[in-house]
Each structure stands twice: as structure tokens, then as C-alpha cells.
Ligand binder design. Structure first.
Ligand SMILES: O=C(O)CCC(=O)C(=O)O
Length: 326
């Protein structure tokens, strides 16, 4: 049987249009409106509130104290990483089937779920300068994608994301430390290392000069439940939340093709030279190691008949020079 990953049929399956695929490839991003329904947004939003208000303990962050001032509370957590590893709701959000439907179409069919980040961005806080996500999370071959799930309406005032459309065609500007680089060391004759990636000081952050080559930089306002998918070479940034009374909560998840080699584990140690075994296989199959969801979130992986090797159906050209299907 040829390799043909099929997701178990679901009535709510999101199907990507070819125009959306082309837009994503050409511009480096794609907004899918209302991908999550309001019940699912509420589940993530309530969870975020529970973490923020101290009802749910957050490992690695200062303990919550009900006597804290609003300023102390917001300083306690602006964003939390990798919650899917210790919170069931975090895992559920990372493996949301409709988010995976889109990821599968854009970078699949085989999908590995790598990272989750919960942003609170209370009034006055948050913001991240120009950067490329593949600078931080290296995958070989490079197949990384981000999914930015709006948990409330976001706009320029409360600090929505900004993107430089088309900058997905840039190479990934490397770290000064050649150990972590997306491209083969020595393959480029002029790929200057990044200085101060993610810094909001545009004078210091050398990527701001690259972004300036894209005059059509745009903000991406979104409604709660919309999801922004962004390619990992895409230059993007955010600004601090300028409002006095609105948060900017977002759940941001990263995935790659499950056939990519991933020497990345969010800065944590791993055995051997790849951490694939720590990341969850969310769609399809892989010949590489992978983890199962720790909290039992359902993922629909295809079942292939054992003993029947995959075989390509078509040849490029027949020996007599004719193009022909087989
Ligand atoms: O949401 C933000 O403010 C920044 C998120 C971001 O740039 C990222 O996830 O790569």
C-alpha cells in the first residue's frame, strides 16, 4: 500500500484552499478566521486566567500571593513556555485538531508538535523585536511553522503581531555561535550573524535593517479564535500592550514536519544528537523517534497495514522518454 496518511474523518475538519496555501508560501503567513470556536477559546482563556490568578500553580514562576498589587501580578508572568508538558489543557491546545488540519496542509503530512507558549501581555507589558523563529528552533530540513491562536481580540493598541510579508524568502540569519545554524556552515558567502535578535531596540537589532527592505510591513489584527500561521523565516515582531485595561492573551504553538531532525528541546538537555523523541507526533508517521501525548489527548495517526511497504505510484518519465503514470 503506498504511504497515504489519512486523518480519521471528522465533521469539523478544516480544509485549506489552494489559494491559502499559495498565500502562505508566497507571503509567509496565513490568517484563518474563526478556526477555533468560542467554546474552545473560552477553555484556553479560562485556563490562562487560572494560571494568571494563581488558581493553577505555575512551575518555575514566583508563587502567587493574593496580596500582590496588579503590577506585581503582571510582573510575575508575562509569558509561560512549554505548558503542554505539565498541563492537560496546554497539551489539548497544542494538539487542537483544527490547528493541526491547517499545519498538516501547510507543512505535512507528517507533523511533530514541538513548543507551546502562553502570552498574557497585561497592560504596559510584552512585545518582542524583529526575529525569525528558525533562528531559535532549528529543524533539519527546516520545516518549522508557528500557530498564533488569539484568545481575545488583538489590535495595534494591545500589541498584535506585525509581519514583513515575503520575508519568508530570506535565509535565516545565523547566531554568532556557529553551533546553531539553519544553513550549512560555509554555504553562503555573506550571511552576517544576527545582532540582538528579538530586541525591541531597532538600532541594536540587526534584523530591523533586513525588515526595512519590506516596505509593506503590516499589523495582523485578529478576533478571538482566529489563528495566524507563520513560516519560520518570516520576519515578525510585536510591541508592548499600550492599553490600560486590556490584556493580549495568545497561545502560540510550533510544529515541524515529523521527518525533520530536531536538535532542540527548549534549552533542556536530551540524549544523543536529536530531541525528536521528546516531541509529540501529531499527524501522519515518521521514521524518527517521537513521543505520545502525556495527558492522553487524542491524535489521529494513520494505521498502515504491516508488511506492505510504501511504494511510489508515479514515475517521472518512462524509459522511452514518455511521461506516464503507473
Ligand atoms: O506574541 C508575541 O508577542 C510574539 C510571538 C512571536 O514572535 C513568536 O512566537 O515567535
Amino acid at each position: 500500500m503506498p504511504y497515504m496518511p489519512q486523518v480519521v474523518a471528522r465533521p469539523d475538519r478544516y480544509r485549506v484552499h489552494a489559494d491559502q496555501y499559495t498565500h502562505y508560501q508566497r507571503e509567509g503567513y496565513l490568517v484563518v478566521p474563526s478556526l477555533l470556536d468560542q467554546a474552545d477559546v473560552k477553555k484556553l482563556h479560562d485556563w490562562a486566567d487560572g494560571l494568571y490568578e494563581g488558581q493553577i500553580p505555575v512551575a518555575g514562576h514566583d508563587a502567587y500571593d493574593p496580596e500582590m498589587s496588579a503590577a506585581e501580578k503582571s510582573a510575575r508572568v508575562t509569558r509561560i513556555h512549554m505548558l503542554h508538558r505539565n498541563q492537560a489543557v496546554g497539551e489539548w491546545g497544542l494538539l487542537h485538531p483544527r490547528v493541526l488540519d491547517v499545519v498538516e496542509a501547510l507543512i505535512g503530512p507528517d507533523v511533530l508538535a514541538l513548543q507551546s507558549m502562553l502570552f498574557f501581555n497585561p497592560p504596559g507589558l510584552g512585545g518582542q523585536g524583529w526575529h525569525q523563529d528558525a533562528y531559535y528552533i532549528t529543524t533539519y530540513p527546516e520545516t518549522l511553522i508557528g500557530a498564533w491562536i488569539a484568545l481575545e481580540d488583538v489590535d495595534i493598541e494591545n500589541g498584535c503581531l506585525w509581519v514583513a510579508p515575503g520575508s519568508c524568502n530570506e535565509p535565516v540569519y545565523p547566531d554568532a555561535d556557529p553551533v546553531q545554524s539553519v544553513h550549512a556552515t560555509g554555504a553562503f558567502d555573506s550571511l552576517p550573524p544576527v545582532l540582538h535578535a528579538s530586541s525591541m531596540d531597532d538600532e541594536a537589532n540587526s534584523l530591523s535593517k533586513v525588515a526595512a527592505r519590506y516596505p509593506a510591513i503590516i499589523p495582523v489584527p485578529m478576533k478571538a479564535g482566529d489563528v495566524l500561521f507563520f513560516e519560520s523565516h518570516l520576519l515578525h515582531r510585536s510591541y508592548p500592550n499600550k492599553t490600560e485595561d486590556r490584556f493580549r492573551r495568545a497561545y502560540v504553538c510550533h510544529y515541524c514536519n515529523a521527518r525533520s531532525w530536531v536538535p532542540w528541546n527548549h534549552g533542556e538537555a536530551f540524549e544523543g544528537d536529536s530531541a525528536n523523541y521528546s516531541h509529540i507526533l501529531a499527524r501522519g508517521q515518521t521514521h524518527l523517534p517521537y513521543a505520545a501525548p502525556a495527558f492522553g489527548t487524542r491524535v489521529d495517526l494513520p494505521v498502515l497495514e504491516p508488511g506492505k511497504p510504501a511504494a511510489a505510484k508515479r514515475m517521472m518519465a518512462m524509459p522511452d522518454g514518455q511521461m506516464k503514470g503507473m
